[in-house]
Design a protein around this ligand. Structure first.
Ligand code: FMN
Length: 129
């Protein structure tokens, strides 16, 4: 906030290797560099929640890291994201991935207590605050 940032992208890749289930292939576990996709989903969501709890609506939060489907995107919105980014899942799922997310989000919103996606932004965090 002191720096006057317009927003924060939470998060990038992870250097953690926990929970990969690759114990038999140490070369993969020991590989250097950032890991993207599903393994960083929970941590990325947790970081986003913590950021929203601190900055609320004052700056834009972008949720990214392990977003695979509409439910993941919905969880990022509830955690405070007004933008959701995906990279790895888009590579694996192909060009219609974005459409599937949009359709799934629309369905999720209809069964939710919120009138618009904007109303849902940060709702989970505000509930526990
Ligand atoms: C091949 C590849 C290249 C990437 N290059 C960059 C980059 O140049 N700058 C950056 O900030 N993040 C980069 N990222 C990280 C992504 O922007 C994103 O934060 C990360 O992949 C987590 O999202 P995901 O789980 O949807 O892939 C890259 C990721 C991948 C897989």
């Amino acid at each position: 906030m002191e720096l006057g940032l317009d927003g924060i992208i939470a998060t990038n890749t992870t250097i953690a290797r926990e929970g990969l289930g690759l114990k038999s292939d140490s070369s993969l576990v020991e590989e250097t560099g950032g890991l993207s996709g599903a393994p960083l989903k929970e941590r990325s969501l947790e970081v986003l929640r913590r950021l929203y709890a601190r900055v609320g609506d004052r700056i834009t939060l972008v949720g990214v890291g392990g977003v695979e489907n509409a439910e993941d995107a919905w969880q990022r919105i509830l955690a405070g994201a007004t933008l959701v980014q995906g990279y790895s899942a888009f590579i694996y799922e192909g060009p219609f991935w974005g459409r599937a997310i949009h359709k799934g989000l629309a369905a999720r919103l209809r069964t939710s207590p919120y009138a618009t996606l904007a109303d849902a932004v940060g709702a989970d965090v505000r509930k526990t605050a």
